[in-house]
Design a protein. Structure first.
Length: 109
């Protein structure tokens, strides 16, 4: 798929876990400014650690066109991820876009 637009200066407020997608794992990044795009990203689970109750996966890969036709450079992905962590939003994980933080949290970026 050809990229429709390159996203820049993305501010991630929530990561939503939703039950769409073939692998039942989808991540949705929401923008603080409603004029900016909201986009969905399916992730493949790279590793599951049952003992630690942790799931590992890539949320957004650089230069990989997403389901909305958007793409970000590696520098923009890094900036968005670090901004999310710096703003201490690590517990802003919700389900089905309900805006209610749930049990999960981001442990690493």
């Amino acid at each position: 798929m050809q990229a429709k637009r390159r996203l820049k200066n993305v501010t991630v407020l929530f990561i939503s876990l939703v039950d769409k997608g073939a692998n039942k794992r989808t991540i949705v990044w929401k923008s603080q400014n409603s004029a900016e795009p909201v986009f969905t990203r399916e992730i493949s689970i790279a590793k599951i650690d049952d003992e630690k109750q942790m799931v590992y996966g890539i949320v957004y890969a650089p230069d990989d066109v997403d389901s909305q036709g958007d793409v970000m450079t590696g520098a923009e992905v890094e900036k968005a991820a670090y901004g999310f962590m710096k703003a201490r939003r690590i517990d802003q994980i919700d389900r089905q876009h309900d805006g209610q933080p749930d049990e999960g949290f981001v442990a690493e970026s």
